[in-house]
Design a protein around this ligand. Structure first.
Ligand code: HEC
Ligand code: HEC
Length: 380
């Protein structure tokens, strides 16, 4: 047997195993709702590492370079057809590992990118919080597709590695631990610059991941509300329009809906606002100026979409509202403390102050335990 030759540099090996841990943790944590922060933090580390690995494929040591990978389909076919038979030894990445590595890098990178876009567009958090929520469905699709590809490739890669190790008794797996393979070839060499760069990239990735975890409020999880507090923004509107019910944000309805709710229906649910509400004209102007069109919250976008072809004059009559509340049993609104679908504050605790409806403060306290459990089960 030939003497062991150094093939995998330290940086390549550390990168490999830290990435394995990160991918495993992001997959596991995605199954638990309360592990969201862990999911994101390790996703961030993986993203940093993958960006580095992309670069490493061009400037790294010999066996880590993409141009020394084996991307030939013929070799790949040969590799798989001979999987259980005679076995050729490969010096660097075998054809399957070459493909696995490049697919994992590309789709892992897409996964991280779509993840942070999603965090920004959907949750208004992190560096991409300026993005429009309309990007959410696309980002989600990319996130799920690339996640599935990463999952499948990782499993094939692991099965392949186990086969190499136990069936062919090759040193492929152990070489990724200590760096050596029993093969006749030139050992890998890394320059000082490569080492510094590699160490820096790994440490930096770990740093931003751990920072995200321990200081979520200052980093990825900063909620970048474009919040409007109506008491400050327009105290007259805030006061007059909450006389009889909780304050509805102008952004919750389209201009056309407001026209009907405020004016056309002279009797605003049997109340004549023009008569009853002081400063009605200026309030109306303020409302129309700040209607759903000016807002990028989920509810505004949903309402606009669902009233495109048919104008409804009530939020609760829109398809959007009905769709998000369809899990709630009809008779729930008959509860004496809820009374009406329009009593948003009964279930949305912080309703009526701003243009936001937080999904964190939904309350089911007015329901009997049995009813609450029923709703809870339906929601989940
Ligand atoms: C004199 C009492 C009164 C005042 C003042 C009043 N409203 Fe209303 N409003 C009502 C009633 C009653 C309803 C029907 C509530 C229900 O069905 O539960 C209603 C319903 C609404 C709805 C419909 C909610 C839904 O279900 O979609 C909106 C929006 C609304 N009001 C906005 C306003 C605005 C904006 C102002 C300030 C200009 C205002 N209201 C002032 C009595 C009032
Ligand atoms: C009987 C309780 C109840 C009432 C009343 C109610 N909601 Fe909800 N709402 C819920 C629940 C529960 C959810 C969560 C649904 C889910 O996640 O599937 C929800 C979800 C929402 C969401 C999505 C929030 C998010 O971030 O996911 C919006 C927006 C919303 N409601 C708006 C309203 C408005 C506006 C009103 C008043 C016109 C209202 N709701 C009245 C119970 C209620």
């Amino acid at each position: 047997m030939p003497a062991p030759v150094y093939i995998w540099s330290k940086v390549t090996r550390y990168f490999h195993w830290i990435l394995v841990v990160c991918i495993a943790i992001t997959f596991i944590s995605s199954a638990f709702e309360n592990a969201f922060l862990i999911h994101i933090s390790f996703g961030v580390i993986a993203g940093g590492l993958l960006t580095f690995r992309l670069l490493w494929g061009f400037i790294g040591p010999f066996y880590a370079l993409f141009r020394n990978f084996d991307f030939s389909f013929r070799d790949l076919f040969y590799y798989f057809t001979k999987l259980f038979k005679d076995k050729k030894t490969y010096i660097g990445h075998n054809p399957a590992a070459s493909w696995a590595t490049i697919l994992l890098i590309i789709f892992g990178f897409f996964c991280t990118l779509s993840g942070v876009v999603l965090l920004g567009a959907q949750e208004d958090r992190g560096v991409f919080s300026f993005l429009h929520p309309q990007l959410t469905p696309t980002a989600l699709k990319i996130h799920i597709i690339s996640k599935n590809i990463v999952g499948i490739v990782a499993i094939v890669h692991i099965v392949g590695a186990l086969l190499e190790h136990f069936w062919h008794k090759s040193d492929t797996v152990t070489s990724m631990i200590h760096g050596y393979k029993n093969i006749e070839t030139q050992p890998t060499k890394t320059t000082n610059l490569q080492n510094y760069l590699g160490v820096f990239a790994i440490v930096f990735s770990l740093f931003i991941g751990l920072f995200s975890y321990f200081f979520p409020q200052t980093s990825i999880m900063t909620k970048n509300y474009h919040e409007i507090k109506y008491v400050n923004d327009n105290p007259i509107f805030a006061k007059e329009c909450s006389e009889c019910h909780n304050l509805y944000s102008p952004t919750f309805m389209t201009k056309a809906m407001w026209e009907i709710a405020l004016e056309n229906e002279k009797e605003h649910f049997k109340k004549d606002l023009r008569k009853d509400v002081p400063h009605f004209k200026s309030i109306k102007k303020y409302i129309l100026k700040n209607s759903a069109k000016t807002s990028d919250t989920e509810i505004s976008i949903g309402i606009i979409k669902s009233t495109k072809d048919k104008i409804k004059y009530r939020i609760t009559k829109t398809r959007y509202w009905r769709d998000i509340h369809k899990q709630i049993p009809r008779n729930a609104y008959k509860h004496p403390l809820i009374k009406s679908k329009s009593n948003c504050k009964a279930c949305h605790k912080s309703f009526g102050k701003t243009n936001y409806i937080n999904d964190e403060d939904i309350s089911l306290e007015y329901f009997s335990n049995k009813e609450a459990i029923e709703i809870y089960l339906k929601l989940n």
